[in-house]
Every structure is written in structure tokens, then in C-alpha cells.
Design a protein around this ligand. Sequence first.
Ligand SMILES: [Fe+2]
Length: 477
Amino acid sequence: MAMMHRFHIRDGDVTYSSRFLRSDSYVSNSEKNRIVMSEFGTLAMPDPCKNIFARFFSRFTIPTEATDNASVNFVKYKGDYYVSTETNYMRRVDPQSLETKEKVDWCQYIAVNAATAHPHYDREGATYNMGNSYGRSGFFYNIIRVPAPEDRKEKEDTADLTGAQVICSIRASEARKPSYYHSFVMSENYIVFIEQPIKLDLMKFMLYRIQGKSFHKVMTWEPQCDTIFHLVNRHTGEESKVKYRGEPMFTLHQINAFEEDGFLVMDMCCGDDGQAIGEFTLENLRRDAGEGLDEFYNSLCRNLPRRYVLPLAVTNDTPLDTNLVTLHYCTATARRTGPSEVYLTHEELYNDDLLQYGGLEFPHINYDRCNGRAYRYFYSCGFGHAFSDSLLKMDVHTKELKVWRYPGLYPSEPVFVAAPNAAEEDEGVVLSVIITPRKEKSTFLLVLDAKTFTELGRAEVPVNIPYGTHGVFNKMG
Ligand SMILES: [Fe+2]
């Protein structure tokens, strides 16, 4: 169940607090003292007190609801904090007290069935996200825009997504098998939606929902399909007629994107084998430390950073079968292969040094300064194991790495915090929560100098904290 953690840093002291999110899902599971809500990888156990006919009957009389156990990320809309997963529900929360506020249903505001846990923010305070809709006319990936907060002195203590609108609907290439996506790309003028060959089988989804099976079984890796990049102007909502294609790949987290000399440069963490997403089951993660877990880890493909470059001005006069990418520092290619089609190959955004730390995931940049703009550094977790076991700083100009790693310590997503009035991109600190299964060593908040990647301090917490996903820094007062 979603648990929120808060480290409060003030005048050199750090205090820690945590609270379970009081979701409807948490309340139901607590009342029954077992998991009664099926979620992404967790199948609700059938009620042992009911026989098979009673179970069948109850599933038809009690509609299966999407979960509000929002365990993925803290997100911000119109100045309010919410916790989010990948369903139509979010929960507003108080970031100071970690109190759970009201449940918010996207469907009450706009025609989408769900939204990602990785929205983007522009410099005017608007939030962009993506969500699905389906109906008789097909399946669509929708780009959502929630406006900046109104400039009012007295803000009411209620959730407010008014003014949210769908600015573009992108038709799925296969109506019955839309792609899974976890995030998307945003630059100063564009949004890129990546339609990857991890497909959601809608017929199975409906059937499994009735049967109460967990949802990862309805996702299939279909490497016979290309990856399709859909380019949308985020100011006008207009979708480019040019479709950019590339070899099949699997991506969860984007690093950054920026425009330069008529090109859109996109960096992301990718793998070649999307089968991996179905392998992160409790059964696999509960394997014994040592051989069992190593075997699982070695069977997974590594997620590694790569760069794609989209030429923005492609017309009927653009030559065919010629590499259009003229950025001197980049080996990614783009070739026009048909009237409205461009085929992309990527550049590996790392050198061999990275491979000794496994793959990398959970990338973070100096977001306020560099999101959508040319940048030089990103921070991430190295996956030399089934769980992340190092923190990495990558210089995307030179592909040089800086590393923090200690055996037996498992870091969470690194969060960059800029120094006040910072002059340089990497002037500030990187925060990460470090957990360890060792009993004598507790959890701690690690503070690294972002420039040198050396330790500035640790704030130890005398309790164990579970392994988490994403975090944010919020400057109070
Ligand atoms: Fe994520």
C-alpha cells in the first residue's frame, strides 16, 4: 500500500515522518485484513469463505473499481499536491502533514480514463499529462493541459482541476491493442508521444477484470511492431502528419528533450526487450538473495540511456534515404523513407564505463532550469542488481560518469535541488533515500554535492523504510 515519506530539512536538522495513504483501497484492505483490490501486479486473493459460485456472483454484482492506491509519484496541479498512480484516480495530499485529502476522478473533468504519474510542468505553471480514451471511433492517447493556478490570495482547500482540457487526441495504430506508456517527452514547443510495442490487449483486459486477474498479464511485448513517435505542437495541439519510426524498444522514463537548429533531441532510458515489464512480480522479487535473485536479474535486459533526433521541417521536398541529422555532436540518424515517414536510429548515450554498474533508471535533471532545454547532466540509479545499488551522474556531453556506490546500500531515485542563486547547472545537492536490509544499519537520507558527487551528509532514520519509487523536493515558506 502507498506510504508517503517526508524528510523536513531546516537549519541543519532533518526530521522524518511517514503515513500510509488513506485510500479507499487501503481502507478496504485494512478492514478485511487482506488484499481485496487487484492492482498492477497484485492479484486480490479470492475470499476463502466463498465458494466458486458465490465468488463469481459477487464479481458481477459488485463492480470492480480502479484503485486509488496512488503509490507512484507526487504531482502538482494548480498549486496543489496529489499522489498519483496510473488509474483515473488521484488523491490530494497535504505535503506538510501527509494527510490524505479527497479522491479526484479525472473522468469528472475531462474525457480520459486514466493519466500517467509523470506529468510535465511549463514555466508558466501549467501542467501537461497524457491519458487514454476509448469509444466507438477508436482508442486515443490524449494530451491534457491543466492551467496554471489562478492568482487568488485566498485559495480554497479543495481539489481543483477546472480548466483542464484535452489539447490533442492521437489515434492508436491498433484500436484493440493500444500501447502502454509510463511517461512522455516535452520540449519548449513540442510533446512527443512514444507508441511502443508493449501492447495492452483490451479484450483480455475486460475479461481479466471480470475474472479478477492482475493486469500485467494483459500486456504483451510485440517486437514485430516498430516504435512510433508522434510529434505534437503543445501550443496549438496540432499533430504532425510526419510519423517517425524506430526499431522496437521499451521505455519507462524520459530524461529530457530540447530543440536545436530545426531538430528535436530526445533522451530516454530504453531497453530492447519489453518482456521485462512482466517479470517484476512478487514471486520473482521474493526469490532468495543470492543465486535465485541473480538468475532473475541476469535474465532481464539492461535499460540504458539513448538519444533520438527528430528533424522538425520534413516536407515532400525533403530528400529520401539520406541522413537528415546534421548536429555535429550526434550520431543518431533520421532518414525520410516515404511521403510522411521518417525512420530513426539512436545514439547510445553512454560509454562502456556504465556497463559495470548495470543499466540505469529513474533519471532526474535540474528540472526547473533545464526541462525542455539544452542540458548537460542527469542523475540516476544504477541497476547492478534487481534493485538499484548505485547513484550515477552522467555528463551527456562527454558521457563521463560519477558514481556513489557502497555494497549492501540501495538508493532511491536521486532528486536534484539547486543551490539558491546557482550559476551553474549542477550547482546544488542530490538527495536520495538509502535503504539496507542489514539490521544494524538503518535507513538514511543521503546528501551528495551534485557537482563532485561526494557525500555532504547522512541523516539516519531509526526505522526501516520500504523501497520506494519517485520523490519530489518542495521548498516551504
Ligand atoms: Fe515512473
